[in-house]
Design a binder for this molecule. Sequence first.
Ligand code: NAD
Length: 250
Amino acid sequence: TGLLDGKVAVISGAASPRGIGLATARLFAEHGARVAILDLDGAAAVQAAGSIGPGHIGVACNVADRDACQKAAEAVVAALGKVDVLINNAGITQPVKTLEIDQASWDRILDVNLRGVLYLSQALIPYMKQQGAGSIACMSSVSAQRGGGILGGPHYSAAKAGVLGLAKAMAREFGPDNIRVNCVTPGLIQTDITTGKLSDQQKAEIAGGVPLNRLGEAREIAGAYLFLASELSSYITGAVIDVNGGMLIH
Ligand code: NAD
């Protein structure tokens, strides 16, 4: 039997074929969940949902748009009946330095990575409150803990650090409703987010600084999300799970 039998899970940013979101959707489906994949391109989301099996749905949703999050939440509940799990996974990055960050870049990075976590959580928490249970996991990054050092600029570090504070505050507020909120902080994971932005040489250097001596795979983040989504973590809230091959051992 699966760890998520009978559960409905919403995963944002899960249409990208090699991404962490779709790897998570696939693993959740293997564990018995019905999954709603939310992403910018509705057709891509529908196609991604179809690729993990029958009974899953894809919904267009820009997480930085409050109305879009509300509409997506309504569509998910209309189609799947409820929401037990929310994975706030959508994110974008940009490799720039502090003095190069203009207003539009700051807004874009903060909007998707941080504001999006608030808006999608606001849209789905009422359904979790109603049923007296829920688990939310949010995507942060080792960049939040180390001040960058991989790919994202200072605005990305700030956004992902903001996610840690927002998630802990929500964990505190909604604990009495039996809604748990946790974060994952991955190191460098092989997805398309780094395509064209990191050379093989740079990746090898990063891997050299990792005790496990390699980069991570999308499915290895999905495993942490599965743990946080399932009842295995029923007494864990406000936690931050490092999935980085030991990069932060000190
Ligand atoms: P990815 O680019 O494959 O996936 C990101 C997904 O988010 C894409 O499907 C994209 O369409 C979607 N998206 C972008 N903006 C959106 C918006 N406004 N609304 C809804 N969806 C949106 O990259 P990934 O590596 O799988 O990234 C997933 C998450 O993991 C991101 O939050 C990223 O910051 C984070 N992360 C990645 C790494 C890594 O090394 N790959 C490390 C730490 C954290």
